[in-house]
Design a protein around this ligand. Structure first.
Ligand code: MEV
Length: 312
């Protein structure tokens, strides 16, 4: 076993297709330049940030240890550049970076496919119903296209019950995105379960999910052509459809409306119910100011960033 090992993993924003992707529909996400850092060193007991590691409060790291570690106790320290429960994929980033430090402590390097698969298992165990979008984006970085069939840039294929996802590298042009965090921390599991209940009993909800998947397919074409106006229009439509599914809230709607006059498009990102929205814009400073004026916390984020990485 090695001495101290540190890894970091990026947060993500979903450009199109959250929730529908849990049903196996197309979705596009990009890793952003806000990272979560995880440090691990041998210790006399398992701990996280000085507290005894517990399955109740530290579910993701606890599960990583259960599934991947047979050695002596470890003290973990985490530091995040973005808030947890903000829709930016903090659970995925904590999971992929923990799996990376465990691999590092075993003297191994990073295998991004292996980490993406393990992280999806951990996230599904802790959160309940999930898709591999957050964990694959955090592991691979850059841009990810999830589709129901294989295509160019295929990275890996993940299957669970009757659902399957083909995960592709998605080349993403330089995009200027502003994230607006509502300040409301919203856990993903209950929102995903709420959409499932709605879809189980309502044909209209299932049609909305189909339509979100189709918007994502149109989004792939816009990205290929670097058509930001087209992409923005799809994002705003997607927000309206997600609101119909019941996963927006008044704080998210307020930030989206504030950003729209200065943006190609805006939408909630991630599970919703609070968390964050994103705006695609070429006027990031004004959009950030509008978000701040409406009580949100803005982050102007970089895209095309690396996935999970061991740090020197
Ligand atoms: C959360 O970032 C994205 C959701 O689609 C859930 C998932 O895909 O696991 C809401």
């Amino acid at each position: 076993m090695k001495g101290a090992v540190t890894a970091s993993a990026p947060g993500k924003v979903i450009l199109l297709g959250e929730h529908a992707v849990v049903f196996g529909k197309t979705a596009i996400s990009v890793a952003v330049g806000l990272r979560l850092h995880c440090r691990a060193e041998p210790s006399s007991f398992f701990s996280l940030n000085g507290h005894l590691l517990s399955p109740q409060t530290h579910g993701y790291i606890y599960q990583c240890v259960q599934q991947e570690w047979r050695g002596d106790p470890i003290a973990f320290q985490t530091r995040s550049e973005f808030p947890s429960g903000s829709g930016l994929g903090s659970s995925a980033a904590v999971t992929t970076s923990t799996l990376a430090v465990l691999a590092g402590m075993n003297g191994k390097g990073i295998d991004e496919e292996r980490i993406a698969r393990q992280a999806f298992t951990v996230e599904s165990d802790v959160q309940g119903r999930a898709s591999p979008i957050d964990t694959s984006t955090s592991s691979h970085g850059h841009g990810i296209l999830i589709d129901s069939k294989p295509g160019p840039g295929l990275l890996w294929h993940i299957q669970k019950d009757t659902r399957e996802w083909y995960i592709h590298h998605c080349p993403v042009p330089q995009l200027t995105l502003v994230v607006g965090f509502t300040g409301i921390s919203a856990p993903t599991g209950p929102l995903v379960a709420k959409v499932k209940r709605y879809a189980d009993k309502n044909t209209f909800a299932r049609e909305v999910i189909e339509e979100i998947g189709m918007l994502s397919q149109e989004g792939v074409v816009c990205l290929r052509r670097n058509d930001q106006e087209g992409l923005g229009r799809l994002m705003t439509k997607d927000h309206r459809l997600l609101a119909i599914l019941g996963v927006s809230c008044k704080e998210l709607d307020k930030l989206v409306e504030a950003a729209l006059p200065y943006s190609y498009g805006a939408k909630l990102t991630g599970a919703g119910g609070g968390g964050s929205m994103i705006a695609l814009t070429d006027r990031p400073e004004i959009v950030a100011e509008e978000i701040r004026n409406k009580g949100g916390t803005p982050f102007i984020v970089r895209t095309d960033v690396a996935g999970v990485t061991l740090e020197k």
